[in-house]
Design a protein around this ligand. Structure first.
Ligand SMILES: [Zn+2]
Length: 85
């Protein structure tokens, strides 16, 4: 069968699927706490777990002063460090 026009048909199908199917899976959100080194503001950023690596490379800007000199604070759930006595 040479009736199939695969070249024209595949273009539309491929483009439409890209964003839609991800909605079936529930994204787990994690809240990360940051401290602004410029003004001392503490703020939280909630991102999907899948975005965590991107957040490390590109830290968010401070909502107060707008600078990106922020440091991520250790979240209580992510690490179980022994408490200093
Ligand atoms: Zn700030």
């Amino acid at each position: 069968m040479f009736g199939l026009k695969s070249s024209s048909g595949s273009g539309r199908d491929g483009a439409g699927v890209a964003g839609g199917e991800l909605r079936s899976e529930v994204e787990v959100m994690a809240v990360y706490e940051f401290e602004c080194k410029a003004c001392g503001e503490h703020f939280e950023v909630s991102v999907p777990i899948s975005e965590h690596d991107r957040l490390k490379k590109r830290p968010p800007k401070c909502p107060k002063c707008g600078k990106s000199r922020v440091q991520q604070l250790v979240s209580s759930f992510s690490t179980k460090a022994p408490s200093k006595c």
